[in-house]
Design a protein around this ligand. Structure first.
Ligand code: ACO
Length: 378
């Protein structure tokens, strides 16, 4: 057999690989665009500011438009999601005990993985409906409380909070959660969406694809940051300790959670949408003023320490405050993020299945050639 030689390797399109695929365009999409220099997020032609007071169901209708076998408007989606929440709940009882001992996001991963890719129909509806049902039940089980049955008549944000708290929730909090879910619904080719698209490109199926997305979301460099943002605010404690605490953390080489972004070189537009949503809550006030003071000091120190790299507030900073204010325990924050981002993941999977090709890039081999490798002991 002929030995492969370096010359047999087809030429690669680029002569270096940007670390983290920085600036590489890896898909075409009609779904969303992140303009990192202008601080703009566009979803199918709408600036985020215009969508902020839409319902999550209306944004789902926007993202899924032309990608589904049947056209669904906001109210049809609301009805279907209600029925699908009940279906997801009917699967829960035997599964919940097996989540004990796992983190909340691992518990969600386990529950979602019980859903079959060969589900007979409307996987995308079930995927979006299942997350709030599972996430609320996981949070309650951690407090020793039984899961609460969904109310199919309610909107998803309303029912999510009702299933979490076991009681009707103030309309202001429902509005704030709806704004949050809309704000994080889609965001270009972020790490979790890219993961979901790669899996979808192999025709593995919807649940396999979105579970891959959830696994990528779990890390603190992506969707796992808001819990640690609150840990940071707690550790700082009071106004007098803000600067010394941040100086120490940066001196130890730590990253400040809720700051920095791969794409944005200016402020993440989602941060302000969420800040306004928290500020509108009756009891959002105290914590938000302290958080603002931390933000101002952190931005000044980051500009001092990293003058060549603009580091601004990202979505996770005010996410932490909003999700705390509407009553989610901090270990469930990533699951709530997944509830919103499931809109984007399902839309990208539908788009990839409809228009895409197997995603199979190359790696650049930088190991030894067979002739250079040490001779193994016979
Ligand atoms: N605090 C302190 N320094 C930072 C921070 C931060 N939050 N973010 C980046 N830096 C520094 C890095 O240490 C690095 O410095 P160096 O060049 O001296 O080594 C420089 O800025 C560039 O950092 P990169 O890692 O190249 O930036 P990248 O684009 O890969 O990272 C990321 C983006 C992961 C979001 C980063 O800013 C970070 O870790 N932030 C904190 C975690 C966080 O908030 N995650 C949520 C992100 S939003 C989302 O995904 C939904």
């Amino acid at each position: 057999m002929t030995k492969p030689t370096a010359n047999a390797t087809p030429a690669l399109a680029v002569d270096h690989t940007p670390a983290g695929l920085d600036n590489v365009v890896a898909a075409e999409t009609v779904l969303s665009h992140v303009d990192g220099m202008a601080g703009r997020l566009i979803l199918r032609g709408y600036d985020l500011d215009r969508l902020a007071d839409w319902s999550f169901e209306a944004v789902l209708a926007l993202l899924w438009r032309d990608l589904l076998p049947e056209a669904l408007d906001e109210s049809a989606i609301r009805v279907k999601l209600g029925a699908a929440r009940q279906r997801a709940f009917s699967l829960l009882t035997p599964l919940l005990p097996s989540t004990d001992g796992l983190s909340s996001v691992e518990a969600l991963r386990l529950l979602l993985s019980t859903l079959a890719d060969a589900e007979p129909d409307a996987h995308h509806i079930l995927a979006v409906a299942a997350v709030p049902v599972f996430a609320a039940a996981i949070a309650r089980r951690r407090r020793g409380e039984a899961a609460v049955t969904p109310d199919a008549r309610l909107g998803l944000a309303d029912d999510f909070l009702r299933m979490l708290h076991g009681a009707e929730v103030d309309a202001g909090k429902v509005r704030a959660l709806d704004t949050y879910l809309v704000t994080v619904a889609d965001h270009g080719l972020n790490a979790s969406t890219f993961t979901a698209r790669v899996i979808a490109s192999t025709k593995a199926g919807l649940f396999s694809s979105v579970i891959g997305g959830l696994c990528a979301l779990k890390g603190p460099l992506h969707g796992g940051a808001p819990g640690p943002v609150l840990d940071m605010l707690d550790a700082i404690g009071d106004q007098s300790r803000i600067r010394p605490w941040l100086v120490d953390a940066l001196g130890r080489g730590e990253r400040l959670m809720g700051f920095g972004h791969r794409i944005y070189r200016v402020r993440d537009p989602r941060a302000d949408v969420l800040k306004h949503a928290v500020a509108a809550l009756r009891d959002g006030g105290g914590r938000i003023r302290f958080a603002e003071a931390v933000e101002v000091e952190a931005l000044a120190l980051l500009a001092e320490k990293k003058p060549l790299r603009p580091l601004q507030t990202n979505v996770e900073f005010y996410t932490a405050l909003l999700l705390e204010a509407v009553g989610f325990p901090r270990d469930s924050f990533t699951n709530v993020f997944a509830a919103g981002r499931m809109a984007g993941w399902t839309a990208h999977v539908l788009e990839q299945e409809k228009t895409g090709r197997l995603i199979r890039p190359q790696s650049r081999y930088i190991g030894p050639q067979p002739d250079d490798a040490p001779v193994a002991a016979e």
